[in-house]
Design a protein around this ligand. Structure first.
Ligand code: ATP
Length: 312
C-alpha cells in the first residue's frame, strides 16, 4: 500500500469575479471549495490510478471535517490525526480577465505533544506500507528537522520515501544522514539548492545531479514543466522528453508526478518504466481541468510517446 502524508492541508476556495473592487463589497456567485494541499493531490491521483492508498496527516476543526468529508466522497481512505487548532483555508480570487489574487492562511500551530503523537500515529499505519510520500511545507510549531524523523521511521521498516518539499525543510533533510529514496524538485528548486546557479547546459545539470549533495538519495527527479525532466537514478542520469500537448491546467502536475513515481515503486517497475509512469501522470494532470486530477484512460497513449535518454 502507499501512504501519503500531508501535514498542512487546506480547503482551497476559488472565487471568480468579473472585477475585484478593493475597499468595497464583492459578491461572488461562482465558488469552488476543494480539499487541497499537495499530498491530497498525490492521494487523489493514486486513487485514479487504482492504487491502494491511504491519506494521513493533521486535520483540525470544521475545516478539517470538510476535508475529511471530501476524501470520503472521493472514496479515498484516510487516517488523519486530529489537532486542536483549525486547519486552514487558502483563497484564490480569479478576476479582471485572468488575474489571480491569493490569500493563503499559514495554518494551525502544532504543539510539541501533537508532533510527538503524530510520529506514534504513523507507527500504527506503516504495517502494510511499501511506499510513503511526504508533500509540502511543515506547519508552524514543528521543528525544521521533523521530516527527518518521519523518514527515519519509514526507513527503519525498509519503506521507500518520496519527499516533495522545498527551501529550508528540504535542505535540512539533505544535510541529515537519513535520506529519502527520492526527491522531486522542479528546475527552479534545483537552482535554489545550488545558490541559484543557471544551468545553461545539460552537462551542468548532469554534474549537479551527480554531485555529493544528492549522495544517498537513489532517485532525484527534476521536473521542468512542459519540457519534461532530468533524472538521476543511482549512478545514472537521464533526460526525459514528453509529448507536446495542449495543457489545460498544469497546476498540481508535480504532485501527479510524485503519484506516478509512487505507483511505479509500489509495482516494482524498471527505472525506465518508472520514469515514464511519473512523467505520464504529470502530463495527464496538465490535460485535466481539475488541479491534482487525471483521466487514466489516456495513460498508455502518453506513456508510449515519452523518451528516456542517458545524459552524457
Ligand atoms: P506543481 O508545483 O504545480 O505541482 P511542479 O513545478 O512541481 O508543479 P512541473 O515541473 O510543472 O512540476 O511538472 C511536473 C511534470 O508534469 C513535468 O515534468 C511534465 O511531465 C508534466 N507537465 C507539467 N506541465 C506540463 C505542460 N504544460 N504540458 C505537459 N506536461 C506538463
Amino acid at each position: 500500500m502507499i501512504l501519503t502524508i500531508t501535514l498542512n492541508p487546506s480547503v482551497d476556495i476559488n472565487y471568480q469575479l468579473d472585477t475585484l473592487h478593493i475597499d468595497d463589497v464583492n459578491r461572488v456567485s461562482t465558488v469552488s471549495k476543494t480539499a487541497g494541499g499537495k499530498g491530497l493531490n498525490v492521494a487523489r491521483v493514486l486513487s485514479q490510478l487504482d492504487e491502494s492508498v491511504t491519506a494521513t496527516g493533521l486535520l483540525g476543526g470544521t475545516i478539517g471535517e470538510y476535508i475529511k468529508n471530501q476524501l470520503n466522497d472521493q472514496e479515498i481512505p484516510e487516517r488523519f490525526m486530529p489537532i486542536s487548532q483549525e486547519s486552514r483555508n487558502c483563497i484564490a480570487v480569479i478576476h479582471d480577465s485572468g488575474k489571480q489574487t491569493e490569500i493563503l492562511e499559514s495554518g494551525p500551530v502544532i504543539s510539541k505533544e501533537e508532533g510527538d503523537n503524530f510520529l506514534n500515529h504513523l507507527e500504527t499505519l506503516l504495517d502494510e506500507v511499501a511506499v510513503v510520500t511526504i508533500s509540502g511545507s511543515l506547519p508552524k510549531g514543528l521543528p525544521d528537522d521533523y521530516y527527518v524523523k518521519v523518514i527515519k521511521k519509514c526507513k527503519d521498516r525498509n519503506i521507500k520515501v518520496i519527499l516533495d518539499t522545498s527551501g529550508s525543510v528540504l535542505k535540512n533533510v539533505m544535510d541529515s544522514k537519513v535520506k529519502p529514496f527520492a526527491i522531486k524538485p522542479n528546475i527552479d528548486e534545483l537552482k535554489g539548492l545550488f545558490s541559484d546557479s543557471d544551468f545553461t547546459s545539460e552537462k551542468a545539470i548532469r554534474e549537479a545531479l551527480q554531485s555529493e549533495k544528492f549522495s544517498g538519495i537513489e532517485c532525484v527527479m527534476v521536473s521542468d514543466g512542459s519540457k519534461g525532466s532530468y533524472v538521476k537514478w543511482e549512478e545514472n542520469s537521464y533526460k526525459v522528453t514528453i509529448p507536446k500537448v495542449d495543457a489545460v491546467n498544469p497546476v498540481g502536475s508535480g504532485d501527479a508526478t510524485v503519484a506516478g513515481l509512487a505507483s511505479a515503486l509500489e509495482n516494482k517497475q524498471s527505472v525506465e518504466e518508472g520514469i515514464k509512469t511519473a512523467m505520464t501522470t504529470g502530463v495527464l494532470n496538465a490535460l485535466n481541468e481539475k488541479t491534482g486530477s487525471i483521466d487514466a484512460t489516456d495513460f498508455d497513449a502518453i506513456f508510449d510517446q515519452i523518451t528516456v535518454e542517458a545524459l552524457n
